[in-house]
Design a protein around this ligand. Structure first.
Ligand code: ADP
Ligand code: MG
Length: 674
């Protein structure tokens, strides 16, 4: 039997149970023993007998004194009574209709007893408690697992226990005794047993640390291997002072100090032979596009092509228009390439790109298509990086030998996480808003205040406000009690002129979407009802009100992004979070702060990094124990250890590396345990 044998080989697991387990993703024995409890429970409060209280749940350790008595109370009902004692007093344990229990214990047995305590005629009594002999099974903490229909907590516990019984003592530790002593790590077999059924809190803490340590050490080794394969031979790029000035003149505003700093960081990077790998972070509306255009300007002035990829068609179109304002009359050739570019036109565009005639390509992931080949691509920019998978970005980078890369994101992530997602990365931060911005006033609005809110909107429209109304769905759904954009659009028609409204959603033709956005920007109507297609990047400087329907259905970071669509000009802006759900503590975070970094932190805490970054973002979902935020210290520590061992004990390192490769490429460690 090996760790990757099917679970059915464990005693007590039949086909039916195996099927249920597979619903939880548990197929092999390893899956089962590494299926972590989501929590633990103690069975009541631990106490001495003289500390027991009427009506509460306790657990005690005591000795059985004398033989149990069995009494018939009524026909068909009998009662078994044990007498128990510890140094502090006596107590009884009574069991109804379990006569067999008498044979399981004898005078003098030490037992754990847990259950609710009642006062009965001057002394305390446990009724139908959980009773177990010492040493057989501990009564410390019980695991709580996530389950599936048809599988009870009790069955799951027994199943895991049986699996642990099968493997215990046979698991091969990848750490030597010396290594474990040096780093204060518990042994593997102990840790696996105690992570499920901890003897006590201390054993649990030790086991947890050990398993997290192992996981993060291996994870770091996998990362280190990826990092050492850095490329060279990027194009060195420079720009003349005069060309720089032209750019600044066309910009139409003075860059903030933060933007200027980032621009010079980028300029430095582009002037090197090793490719730039830079992550640009900045809150929504901080002006990340400006340094990106600056980088493009350097690139094309040096004679190379560049590409900017955005996650939505609306955003790509907006970037294209922005780039046209800056570059078009400078004789720069630009192409917009999206999923809706007609085939004939796409053919012409791809020819222009391949011949080198095109300088700047802006588009959605349509730029990734195989037939798009560049003549001399020097710079790759990805906007709203978190919307793409790591694979998609990597694909874009294969379009050149060693392109400089710039990735932009409003989602702030700690340096260590950036390392995991993007490899060895430099980070630039825009920590300053363009001048004149005011924080968006944010309110929680219950359904009862809807009409009042419409009244407010009406007044603001008279003053020239542009308003977004965002809904989670396009159409009504029977399953969900959620307002759809069509429904909201209908309601709004009762309050506002139909000519003042438009509906935008992902199912419309791109041409139609672009048209609506253009008319909204031109103030041809005032209220845009939309799904989350406008979530990222969209820039309508005169929009001052954002209404979000069923706000509780959105994540914090997403709400912050949506809110970032307003407050982009100098006017006072508002965000109304419509919600009647009581779980509003989360939404209150948004009412209290406009600081995206704080909100992201909160989001990370609430959801954990896997969900926060999306599981498609790298091997994060491969981690079964560690939380990259909470366990950041161990992450850093094991990273240093991995680097050190690689230097002083290559053989050991390579052994670990094999395990790491197996684990982080979804294959299982083939540890023979029999
Ligand atoms: P984001 O960081 O969210 O991508 P954008 O690059 O879309 O932000 O910029 C947001 C808005 O701020 C745009 O309308 C842009 O023209 C404007 N902007 C950017 N930088 C400045 C600046 N230094 N001064 C004034 N307005 C600016
Ligand atoms: Mg942007």
């Amino acid at each position: 039997m090996t760790l990757d044998s099917p679970v059915a080989e464990v005693k007590g697991i039949g086909n039916k149970k195996a099927k249920l387990l597979s619903k939880l993703g548990i197929v092999t024995i390893a899956d089962l023993i590494y299926y972590m409890p989501r929590d633990y429970e103690t069975q009541g409060t631990s106490a001495r007998i003289n500390g027991l209280k009427d009506g509460e749940i306790f657990n005690i350790s005591a000795v059985i004194t004398g033989e149990p008595s069995i009494r018939r109370i009524k026909s068909g009902l009998n009662l078994t009574k044990f007498s128990l004692q510890d140094e502090t007093g006596r107590v009884e344990a009574v069991f109804f209709n379990q006569p067999y229990i008498r044979k399981m214990y004898k005078n003098g047995d030490k037992v754990y007893v847990s259950g609710s305590v009642k006062k009965a005629g001057g002394h305390f009594q446990f009724t139908n408690p959980h009773m177990e002999k010492h040493g057989k099974q501990h009564m410390g903490l019980n695991p709580i697992y996530s389950l599936t229909a048809g599988l009870t907590q009790k069955t799951m516990r027994l199943t895991v226990q049986s699996a642990i019984h099968t493997v215990n003592g046979k698991l091969k530790d990848i750490f030597s005794n010396e290594f474990r002593i040096e780093h204060k790590l518990a042994e593997l077999n102990f840790s696996v047993a105690n992570i499920h059924f901890p003897k006590n809190e201390e054993a649990l803490a030790l086991s947890k640390r050990r398993l997290i340590f192992e996981e993060l050490l291996l994870f770091n080794i996998a990362l280190l291997e990826r990092e050492t394969s850095t490329k060279h031979g990027a194009e060195k790029m420079t720009i003349s002072q005069a060309d720089k000035q032209i750019f600044f003149n066309r910009l139409g505003y003075k860059p903030t100090n933060a933007q200027l700093r980032v621009m010079s960081e980028i300029e430095n990077d582009l002037n090197k032979e090793s490719p730039m790998n830079r992550l640009l972070q900045g809150d929504v509306g901080s002006g990340k596009t400006t340094p990106a255009f600056y980088a493009m300007n350097i690139c094309i002035n040096s004679g190379y092509q560049c590409v900017l990829m955005a996650p939505t068609e609306v955003l790509a179109t907006q970037h294209f228009a922005g780039a046209q304002r800056i570059f078009s009359d400078a004789g720069v050739n630009m192409e917009l390439l999206t999923g809706s570019t007609p085939t004939a036109q796409r053919r012409i565009i791809s020819e222009n790109i391949a011949s080198g005639q095109t300088d700047i390509v802006i588009g959605t992931h349509a730029v990734l298509y195989d037939h798009i080949q560049f003549a001399n691509l020097g710079l790759v920019i990805t906007d709203e990086q978190h919307r793409f998978g790591v694979g998609q970005r990597a694909m874009l980078e294969t379009k050149a030998n060693a392109p400089h890369t710039l990735i932009m994101s409003a989602t702030p992530i700690p340096r260590t996480l950036a390392l995991i997602l993007y490899g060895k990365t430099d980070i630039s931060v825009i920590d300053e808003m363009p001048p004149g911005r005011q924080p968006v006033k944010t309110f929680l609005v219950p359904e009862t205040k809807r009409t009042d809110m419409y009244g407010f909107m009406e007044k603001e429209i008279c003053k020239g406000a542009q308003i977004f109304v965002v809904c989670p769905l396009v159409e009504d759904s029977d399953a969900l009690d959620v307002r759809s954009s069509e429904q909201v659009y209908d309601t709004l028609q009762q309050h506002f002129s139909i000519n003042d409204l438009a509906l935008l959603h992902g199912r419309q033709k791109p041409q139609e979407k672009n048209d609506i956005m253009r008319r909204f920007k031109n103030k041809e109507f005032h209220i845009l009802v939309s799904t989350t297609v406008i979530e990222v990047g969209v820039d309508v400087p005169d929009a001052t009100i954002m209404v979000i329907e069923n706000a509780e259905r959105f994540g914090l970071a997403q709400l912050h992004q949506l809110r970032g669509r307003v407050g982009r000009g100098q006017k006072k802006s508002y965000c109304f979070l419509m919600s009647d759900k009581p779980d509003n503590a989360r939404l209150c975070v948004l009412c209290k702060t406009n600081d995206g970094f704080k909100i992201a932190e909160e989001d990370l805490n609430l959801r954990g990094p896997g969900q926060f970054l999306g599981s498609k973002q790298s091997g994060m979902s491969d981690l079964y124990m560690a939380n990259l935020i909470k366990d950041m210290n161990i992450f850093t520590q094991t990273r240093e250890i991995a680097q050190h061992i690689k230097q002083i004990n290559l053989k050991q390192y390579q052994l670990w590396q094999q395990t790491a490769n197996a684990r982080f490429s979804h294959k299982l460690v083939k540890t023979v345990i029999n």
